[in-house]
Unconditional design. Structure first.
Length: 196
């Protein structure tokens, strides 16, 4: 079955929205990506996105991008059990892709299943030792388990992979906050060049 070009454009637009809704809340609030609303802002309606992803999956049950996107939407909605189920399917389709091990680990962590989360993160890290998202997540888990030295090691590794990447910058901020509790943000701004 061939996709028409406008399907890809719609899918790309949906993917950008999902990334925007999932990554920015995690980077700036440190939360698991739950949706926040203000009194003047109605809750976001995820139903069209869910239906679009489900239609894509119905047409091709192995559509890894649709599976990942649907899982991301469920994570953003706080439907962690649904996200876990979808990420498990995505992981089965691409077992050698670290990304889906990491996302599954996040879902397990949000469900309070730390052992399963760590197992998935470690599987992902075995496949891609430089996966910044997994390194940052492992640092967060270590920090929440009161293992600050281990957390700092994971975050420093994420910085070492690419300090100018948003996840590298997040890791710098987390290290700075650990070293200077109560600081708002002491890490240098993203993409700062100290030689200018």
């Amino acid at each position: 079955m061939k996709f028409k070009s406008y399907y890809w454009a719609v899918f790309a637009a949906i993917a950008v929205v999902v990334i925007f809704l999932l990554v920015l809340p995690r980077v700036f609030s440190g939360s698991g990506g739950s949706s926040s609303t203000t009194p003047n802002q109605p809750p976001y309606d995820y139903n069209p996105m869910i239906e679009a992803y489900q239609d894509l999956i119905k047409a091709n049950p192995n559509d890894i991008l649709a599976l990942g996107g649907l899982g991301d939407v469920y994570m953003n909605m706080g439907k962690y059990a649904d996200a876990k189920d979808v990420y498990t399917k995505a992981e089965a389709v691409t077992p050698n892709e670290a990304t889906y091990h990491g996302r599954l680990g996040e879902a397990y962590f949000e469900l309070g299943q730390s052992d399963q989360a760590l197992a998935e993160f470690n599987k992902g890290l075995a496949l891609d030792p430089n996966n910044q998202a997994i390194l940052v997540d492992l640092g967060i888990i270590s920090s929440s388990a009161n293992k600050p030295a281990q957390a700092k090691q994971y975050w420093q590794k994420a910085v070492d992979v690419n300090a100018n990447d948003p996840l590298g910058h997040t890791a710098k901020e987390l290290i700075a906050q650990m070293e200077n509790p109560g600081s708002v943000t002491t890490a240098p701004p993203l993409n700062q060049n100290p030689h200018q």
